[in-house]
Design a protein around this ligand. Structure first.
Ligand code: AVJ
Length: 317
C-alpha cells in the first residue's frame, strides 16, 4: 500500500470512529464525547493558536522549563537514545530536547492527527537532517504495535500536560503501558499543576474566543464529516475548574431546546443540556509522583517554574 492510500484509510477510520463515538455519546446521559475528537486538522490548528494566547500559560511555561533544563534532562537520558513523542504537537519542544541530547538515534512522533505528525516530523527533519525520523499516525491511547525494546535506550516524551486529559484511573493504566514500553529508559512528562482557579478559568476562557472556537469545532467537524446539522451559535462554550476533582471541565451547553441530526439520527437537546467535551486534570507535584510510582516509574528529577504553574518530570523505569 502506498503512503497516500494508508493516510486515506486512516482518515476513513477516524471518521468511522468519530461517528460511532459521537452517536454513543449523544445517546448517553449526560451527553459526552471523547476529547480526542477535538483534534482533527482544524482542531489541531486551533489548539496551536490556543498555545500562543496570553492567558494560556502551559505552553510558554513548559517551553521555558525545557529551555532551562534540557541539558540536565539530556544528561539523565544519556547518549544514543530513541526519542518517542506521544501526541506530537508541532515538534518545537522535541527539537529543543533533541538539540540537547547526545547523538540521538531516532525520533518517532506518534499522533492521531496526520497533520500533527507531519508537522512534527517536518520541523525535526528540517532541524536535524541526519536524524532518523519515523512518523507514526496512530491513536496512542489504543494498543501500539511497537516492538519490545532491544539494545537502544528508549525515552518517551509526553509534553503539554496531555496526561491531564485522562481521568486518574486511565492515567495510571496509560502510564503502566508506557512503563512497559520504555523499560530500561524513562519518560519526560509535562504536568500542569493545581493553582488559583482564577488563572485556570482565564486559561480556558480566553478573551479572543479561540478556546470557544476550538470547542465548537467538534460540532463543525460533525457537520463536515457526518452530515450533521448543528447550528454552532446555539451552543455555548462553558469551561470551569472543579476543585474537588481537580479538573477543568469543558462543555458545549445547548442554549435552546433543539433537535439536531447526526448520521441521519435525530437527537434532542433540552435548553441548558450539556455535551461534555474535555477534562483537563491538574496535579500537585507529590500527587503526580505517587501516580508515577504506582505505574512503576521512579521520579528522578522534577523542575517547576518560579510561579509554580507547571512541572516537568524525568521518570526512570
Ligand atoms: C492539550 C489537553 C493539554 O487541557 O490544557 C486547551 C487542551 N483544551 N484548552 C489542556 C485544551 C482547551 C489542553 N491539552
Amino acid at each position: 500500500m502506498h503512503a497516500l492510500e494508508a493516510a486515506a484509510f486512516a482518515a476513513e477510520d477516524s471518521t468511522q470512529d468519530f461517528a460511532g463515538a459521537l452517536l454513543a455519546g449523544l445517546h448517553a446521559q449526560p451527553k459526552r464525547v471523547p476529547c480526542k475528537f477535538l483534534y482533527d486538522a482544524e482542531g489541531s490548528a486551533l489548539f496551536e493558536r490556543i498555545c500562543e494566547l496570553p492567558e494560556y500559560y502551559p505552553t510558554r511555561t513548559e517551553m521555558a522549563l525545557l529551555k532551562e533544563h534540557a541539558a540536565e534532562f539530556a544528561r539523565y537520558m544519556g547518549p544514543d537514545v530513541e526519542l518517542i513523542e506521544f501526541g506530537a504537537g508541532s515538534g518545537r519542544k522535541a527539537s529543543m530536547l533533541l538539540d540537547a541530547l547526545e547523538q540521538p538515534r531516532l525520533y518517532m512522533p506518534i499522533d492521531i492527527s496526520p497533520d500533527a505528525v507531519a508537522a512534527a516530523a517536518g520541523t525535526v527533519w528540517h532541524a536535524f537532517p541526519r536524524l532518523k525520523v519515523v512518523p507514526v499516525e496512530a491513536d496512542y491511547t489504543g494498543p501500539l504495535a511497537l516492538e519490545p525494546q532491544r539494545g537502544q535506550r528508549r525515552v518517551g516524551f509526553f509534553p503539554g500536560s496531555t496526561i491531564g486529559n485522562f481521568p486518574p484511573d486511565e492515567a495510571l493504566a496509560f502510564l503502566r503501558r508506557l512503563a512497559e514500553l520504555l523499560r530500561g529508559g524513562g519518560l519526560l512528562i509535562g504536568v500542569d499543576l493545581v493553582k488559583d482557579p482564577a488563572l485556570l478559568h482565564a486559561a480556558y476562557n480566553d478573551a479572543a474566543g479561540v478556546t470557544a472556537a476550538f470547542n465548537r469545532n467538534l460540532l463543525a467537524r460533525a457537520n463536515r464529516e457526518l452530515e450533521a446539522d448543528f447550528l454552532l451559535d446555539r451552543f455555548a462554550h462553558y469551561a470551569f475548574y472543579q476543585p474537588v476533582a481537580r479538573r477543568v471541565e469543558m462543555h458545549l451547553v445547548s442554549l435552546v431546546q433543539q433537535q439536531v441530526h447526526v448520521c441521519g439520527q435525530a437527537i434532542s437537546f433540552a435548553a441548558g443540556e450539556t455535551l461534555h467535551t474535555e477534562d483537563s486534570y491538574k496535579y500537585s507535584v507529590l500527587g503526580f509522583h505517587s501516580l508515577a510510582a504506582q505505574a512503576g516509574f521512579l521520579p528522578r528529577a522534577t523542575r517547576v517554574d518560579p510561579e509554580h504553574r507547571f512541572s516537568l518530570h524525568w521518570l526512570e523505569v
